[in-house]
Design a protein around this ligand. Structure first.
Ligand SMILES: *Cc1c(COP(=O)(O)O)cnc(C)c1O
Length: 968
C-alpha cells in the first residue's frame, strides 16, 4: 500500500458539518462509511480505490488525480453566484422565432411538474407497473401530437426539431429502399434544421438537395422530401402539390410543422404527409437558451415499426385492466445494436409531459384561442408596418413576418434591441419577426417604432377581430383533442389533483432508491435545480446576441473548462443533448480526423460484445462498419480477439468504442493495453463516459489513453432523469480531435469553425439545465467530487459483499472488487426454480423498490448501482429486501410455494387484488402485501398488476384509450 494522503473522514460531526454540501450529497455519514469499509475489508476509501483501480490508469502510482477546481461553495453561496450570473443575462422580448418562441408556462405546471421531484427524479419507464403516471402523461402527449398533426402514431418525444427531421430522413430512406440517395429539402427551412440534416446525411452517403419547393420538386431521384409548414420565412404555402408529387415518385413526404399553427391550419396528415416532425417547445416549455424541449415525430399507419425513440402503448395487466407500457421494439430500440434504426435512448420525457399538460390545461379551444391571438398580433403588426410604408414580404402567414429593408436589417435589429425587442436579421435586406403567446400590443408598437424611428406609428386597427392571413383552403376547424382528458381539468383544482394522482402512481427518487445499473440515479439537489426556472435563464432565446447572455455563456465556459479538467481532455462541446448524440459527435470527430489526414478508408469501429446498444447504433450513424470484439469468461475484452481484429483491420480501423469501467461494472486491468493496440493499428479510442461516476477524481480517460468520450450530465453530474429525459451528453476530446467537434451555423462561438456541423438544434444544446451540473461541481469541489466517487464505489462493493451469500455477483476485478455497480446473477436460481430476474424485479415493487437494470449487459441478470447518495439505512433496506426475496425463492425451491402461484410470480400485488373477496392464492394475503414488517407503516402500492407486454404488442394502441376502457 502506497502512502495515501487520506482525507479526514473520522466520525467528527463538527468537521463533517464544516465540509458543507458534499456531506448532504453523499448519503452515508462518516460513521456509516467506516462501518461499510469494515464490511468490505478496507481501512479507508482511498485504500479501497487503490485496491480496485488498476495502477496503470492512475495519473501517478497510488495517487488520485488532482482536479484544479474552485474551492467548494456552500448552497447559499452557490445560489448567490448563480443569482449574479443570472443578472448578467438580459432578457429582451424575443421575436426572433426560428423554431423558438416565448411561451407562458402555467404556474400550476411549472411548480407541480417542472419543479416537482416526483416528476423530475423519475427514471425511464422501463418498469411500467411503477410508471403508470408518467406513461399516461406521455400518452396525452402522443395523443396531442397525433391529433394536431393528423397522423395515426406519435412517439413519446425526440430530442429536438432538427434531430427529429434527421430521424425522419433516415426513416424515409429505410422505408423506401431503392429510391436513390437524395433527400430533398425545402430551401425555406430553419437553418439549424438544414445544418443538422447535412451533418447526419454526410456519413450515410445521403445527398441533401435544397430546392425552392414553391416551384415544384427538382428533377432528382429522391427517397424523401421535407417541407416546412409554415415555412421558416413565415410564409404559409399549401404543401399538397409537393406531397402529391413526392408520392408519385415513390418517396415519403415529411412535413416539419409548427405545433401551434396546426391548431388553425390543415394538418399534415389530412394533406397526405407520411411523417410530421417539429418541436413542442412553445407549449409551455421555456426557451432556456436552447433547451431542453421535446421534439416530436408522428407518422401514418404502416410506418409505426420504423419509429425512432419511445412509443407508449396500452396493454392490460394480469387482472385484465388497461395499463400502459412502452410499446413494440421501442422499449429498447438501441439494444438492437448495429441493426438499430436510431441511437435515441434518453429523450425528453419531462418536457413532453409539460407540453402534454399544457394541452390538458388549455384544451382544444384554449389552444385555438392562443393561436388566434398570436396570429391576430402578426396580422396587426403586418398592417401597422404596411401603413408605415414597410414592405411585408408574404401575404399568407401565421405568426412570422419577413420585412424587406434594403440593406437596413442590422440597423432595424439594433434599433429594436434598444427598445427591448430582439428581431432576426434574416439577411442584410430582410428582418424577421415572430409573434408568440407572450406578445402584447405594446411590443408591436416598439417594433413599428424600430422600423420607422417614431415611437407612435401610424397604427392600423388593434387586432382582436382576428383578421385572417391564412389561405382559405388551409383553414381548419377545432377537430382535435376530443378526448375527455383535454377538457376535464379546466379548473386548477382539478388539474392539480390530476397531476398529483399521476405522480402518486409512480416510484421516483423522492420515495426510494432506484438501484439502476448504468444510470447513476443520484441525488438531484434542490439547490442545483432551483435556478432552472429563473426567467433570466429560462426565457433566453438560443439565438439571442451573446452579449445578452453573458451569464449563461459564463456557465457554458466554466463547465467546459471543469469537465476538461475532470476528464483530462483538451476540449469539450456541450451541444449534444443526450449521451447518444455525444457518441455520434465523438465518432464524427474521429471520422473527420481520419479524413483530414487523407485516411478515407478508415471506417471500421470495434465494439466489445458487452457495449451499450447506443454505441453500435451511433457507429452506424457515423458511417462506420461495426465489428464486435468478444469478451472472455471474466467479462473482460478478449485481448486475443482484439489483437486478431486490430491486425486484420490495421488498414481500415477507425476506432474502438469501449466503456470504462466496463458495462460489467469492472475496472478492466487491460484498458491501457487496449488503447495501445488500437492506436498502433491506426485507430482512435472512444471511451463511453457513462460510468464516469466510478473514476471522477481518481483517473482521467484523456490521460490513460483515450482520445474522445461523451459524458452523461444526467448520470454523473446530477441532471435529473425526468422520467427518460432531458439529458446532456457533452463530448470531450483531445486536442487533435478538437477541430472536429460540433459547431453551429447561427453561433460561431459554439464550436470550432472547422467543426463537423451541429448535432443539435441549439448552439449550446440544452443550455437551460447546465446550471444543475455547474452547481454540483461548484458545491462539491475537488474533495467533494472525489469523496462522491469513493462513496459510490464503496456502496457498490458493500451491496455486492452483502448480497454475495445469497446471489452470485457475476464479475469482479482486482481484489475481488467491483467498480460503482455490480451484476447479480439470477440465472442459476431461475434454472432451479423457474423464478426469473423479472419476477424478482416485480417482487421488489411490493417491497417498495424500483427494480435494478434487467438483462443488461447480461441477459437474465440484475445490475445494481447504488450511487453515493443513498445512506446506509436505505442500502440495507434494499439488500434486506433482496435477501428476503431470496428466502421466497427458496420456498419455491422447497415446495412451500407453488411454482406458478406464489408471491414472486404474482408480483406486484395491487391493493385491489389483495382485498378481493375471492382470494384464491395458496399463500396468505399478508405475505403478498407485507413481506417485511416495516411495510405495514409505509407502503407503496402498485396501481396495476403485472403487465402483459405481448398483448400490447399484438394490439397496438398508442393514444389515450376512451374512458369506457376503464369501466369496472
Ligand atoms: C446511458 C448510457 C448511454 C446513452 O446515453 P443517453 O443519454 O441515454 O443517450 C450510452 N452508454 C452507456 C454505457 C450508458 O449507460
Amino acid at each position: 500500500m502506497t502512502e495515501q494522503p487520506t482525507r479526514d473522514r473520522g466520525p467528527d460531526a463538527g468537521a463533517a458539518a464544516a465540509r458543507g454540501f458534499a456531506d448532504r450529497h453523499i448519503g452515508p455519514d462518516p460513521a456509516e462509511l467506516t462501518q461499510m469499509l469494515k464490511a468490505v475489508g478496507h481501512g479507508s476509501t482511498a485504500e479501497l480505490m487503490t485496491a480496485a483501480l488498476p495502477e496503470r490508469i492512475l495519473s501517478s502510482p497510488g495517487q488520485w488525480a488532482p482536479l484544479e477546481l474552485p474551492a467548494p461553495a456552500g448552497e447559499t453561496e452557490a445560489l448567490a453566484e448563480l443569482r449574479e450570473l443570472a443578472d448578467r443575462n438580459r432578457v429582451l422580448t424575443s421575436m426572433i422565432g426560428q423554431g423558438y418562441y416565448d411561451t407562458i408556462t402555467p404556474p400550476v405546471i411549472q411548480r407541480n411538474i417542472l419543479e416537482n421531484p416526483a416528476w423530475y427524479t423519475a427514471y425511464t419507464p422501463y418498469q411500467p407497473e411503477i410508471s403508470q403516471g408518467r406513461l399516461e402523461a406521455l400518452l396525452n402527449f402522443q395523443t396531442m401530437v397525433s391529433d394536431l398533426t393528423g397522423l395515426a402514431v406519435s412517439g413519446a418525444s425526440l430530442l429536438d426539431e432538427a434531430t427529429a427531421a434527421a430521424e425522419a430522413m433516415t426513416l424515409a430512406r429505410r422505408a423506401t429502399r431503392g429510391n436513390g440517395d437524395a433527400f430533398i429539402v425545402d430551401s425555406d427551412v430553419f437553418p439549424q434544421t438544414l445544418s443538422v440534416l447535412r451533418t447526419r446525411a454526410e456519413p450515410l452517403g445521403i445527398d441533401v438537395v435544397v430546392a425552392d419547393l414553391s416551384e415544384g420538386l427538382p428533377d432528382t431521384d429522391a427517397f424523401g422530401v421535407l417541407v416546412q409548414y409554415p415555412a421558416a420565412s413565415g410564409a404559409v404555402r399549401d404543401p399538397r402539390a409537393v406531397i402529391a408529387e413526392t408520392h408519385e415518385r415513390g418517396a415519403l413526404a415529411v412535413v416539419a410543422a409548427d405545433i401551434l399553427a396546426l391548431t388553425m391550419l390543415q394538418s399534415p396528415g389530412a394533406m397526405g404527409a407520411d411523417i410530421a416532425v417539429g418541436s413542442t417547445q412553445r407549449f409551455g416549455v421555456p426557451m432556456g437558451f436552447g433547451g431542453p424541449h421535446a421534439g416530436y415525430m408522428s407518422l401514418r399507419e404502416g410506418l409505426q415499426r420504423q419509429l425512432p425513440g419511445r412509443l407508449v402503448g396500452v396493454s392490460v395487466d394480469n387482472a385484465g385492466k388497461p395499463a400502459y407500457r412502452l410499446a413494440l421494439q421501442t422499449r429498447e430500440q438501441h439494444i438492437r445494436r448495429e441493426k438499430a434504426t436510431s441511437n435515441i435512448c434518453t429523450a425528453q420525457v419531462l418536457l413532453a409531459v409539460m407540453a402534454g399538460m399544457y394541452a390538458v390545461y388549455h384544451g382544444p379551444h384554449g389552444l385555438r384561442a392562443i393561436a388566434e391571438r398570436v396570429h391576430g398580433h402578426a396580422v396587426d403588426l403586418a398592417a401597422r408596418l404596411r401603413a408605415a410604408g414597410c414592405e411585408v414580404v408574404h401575404d399568407a402567414f401565421f405568426d412570422t413576418l419577413r420585412v424587406r429593408v434594403r440593406g437596413g436589417a442590422s440597423a432595424v435589429v439594433a434599433a429594436a434591441a434598444e427598445r427591448g425587442v430582439n428581431l432576426l436579421a434574416a439577411d442584410a435586406d430582410t428582418v424577421g419577426l415572430s409573434c408568440d403567446e407572450a406578445t402584447t400590443t405594446a411590443h408591436l408598437e416598439e417594433v413599428v417604432a424600430a422600423f420607422t424611428g417614431s415611437p407612435v406609428a401610424g397604427a392600423a386597427e388593434g387586432g382582436r377581430a382576428v383578421p385572417q392571413a391564412l389561405p382559405g383552403e388551409l383553414h381548419r376547424g377545432v377537430d382535435y383533442l376530443g378526448h375527455p382528458v383535454f377538457s376535464a381539468h379546466r379548473s386548477e383544482t382539478s388539474l392539480l389533483r390530476y397531476m398529483r394522482r399521476l405522480a402518486d402512481k409512480d416510484l421516483a427518487l423522492d420515495r426510494s432508491m432506484i438501484p439502476l445499473g448504468s444510470c447513476t440515479m443520484k441525488l438531484n439537489a434542490t439547490a442545483e435545480m432551483e435556478s432552472v426556472t429563473w426567467p433570466e435563464f429560462a426565457r433566453l432565446h438560443p439565438f439571442a446576441p451573446l452579449d445578452q447572455a453573458a451569464g449563461s455563456v459564463r456557465i457554458v465556459r466554466d463547465l467546459e473548462r471543469w469537465l476538461a479538467e475532470i476528464t483530462g481532455y483538451d476540449a469539450v462541446s456541450l451541444q449534444p443533448n443526450a449521451g447518444s448524440q455525444g457518441e455520434l459527435a465523438g465518432l464524427l470527430a474521429i471520422r473527420g480526423y481520419h479524413r483530414g489526414r487523407g485516411d478515407e478508408g478508415r471506417d471500421v469501429c470495434l465494439i466489445p460484445s458487452s457495449a451499450h446498444g447506443t454505441n453500435a447504433a451511433s457507429a452506424i450513424m457515423a458511417g462506420m462498419r461495426v465489428k464486435v470484439v468478444a469478451c472472455d469468461d471474466g467479462g473482460n475484452i478478449d485481448l486475443e480477439d482484439l489483437r486478431a481484429k486490430t491486425a486484420q483491420h490495421s488498414g481500415d480501423l477507425a476506432a474502438i468504442m469501449i466503456t470504462y469501467p466496463s458495462t460489467h461494472g469492472v475496472y478492466e486491468d487491460t484498458v491501457t493495453e487496449v488503447c495501445r493496440l488500437v492506436h498502433e493499428a491506426g485507430g482512435q479510442v472512444y471511451v463511453d463516459g457513462a460510468n464516469l461516476n466510478a473514476l471522477l477524481g481518481w483517473a482521467k480517460p484523456g490521460e490513460f489513453g483515450a482520445d474522445v468520450s461523451h459524458l452523461n450530465l444526467h448520470k454523473t453530474f446530477c441532471i435529473p432523469h425526468g422520467g427518460g429525459g432531458p439529458g446532456v451528453g457533452p463530448v470531450a476530446a483531445r486536442s487533435h480531435l478538437a477541430g472536429y467537434l460540433p459547431n453551429h451555423p447561427s453561433q460561431p462561438e459554439a464550436g470550432p469553425y472547422t467543426g463537423v456541423g451541429p448535432v443539435s438544434s441549439a448552439p449550446f444544446g440544452s443550455a437551460g439545465i447546465l446550471q444543475i451540473s455547474w452547481a454540483y461541481i461548484r458545491m462539491m469541489g475537488e474533495e467533494g467530487l472525489r469523496a462522491a466517487t469513493e462513496a459510490a464505489v464503496l456502496s457498490a462493493n458493500y451491496v455486492a459483499r452483502r448480497l454475495e451469500p445469497y446471489y452470485p455477483v457475476l464479475y469482479t476485478g482486482r481484489g475481488g472488487l467491483v467498480a460503482h455497480e455490480c451484476i447479480v446473477d439470477i440465472r442459476g436460481l431461475a434454472k432451479q426454480t423457474g423464478i426469473s430476474n423479472e419476477d424478482v424485479s416485480k417482487r421488489l415493487i411490493d417491497y417498495g423498490f424500483h427494480a435494478p437494470t434487467m438483462s443488461f449487459p447480461v441477459a437474465g441478470t440484475l445490475m445494481v448501482e447504488p450511487t453515493e447518495s443513498e445512506d446506509l439505512e436505505e442500502l440495507d433496506r434494499f439488500v434486506d429486501a433482496m435477501i428476503a426475496i431470496r428466502g421466497e425463492i427458496d420456498r419455491v425451491a422447497d415446495g412451500t410455494y407453488a411454482p406458478e402461484d406464489n408471491p414472486l410470480k404474482n408480483a406486484p400485488h395491487t391493493a385491489e387484488a389483495l382485498t378481493a373477496d375471492d382470494w384464491k392464492h395458496p399463500y396468505p394475503r399478508s405475505e403478498g402485501a407485507y413481506p417485511v414488517p416495516e411495510l405495514r407503516f409505509d407502503k407503496y402500492w402498485s396501481p396495476v398488476g403485472r403487465i402483459d407486454q405481448a398483448y400490447g404488442d399484438r394490439n397496438l394502441v398508442c393514444s389515450c384509450p376512451p374512458p369506457e376502457a376503464f369501466e369496472v
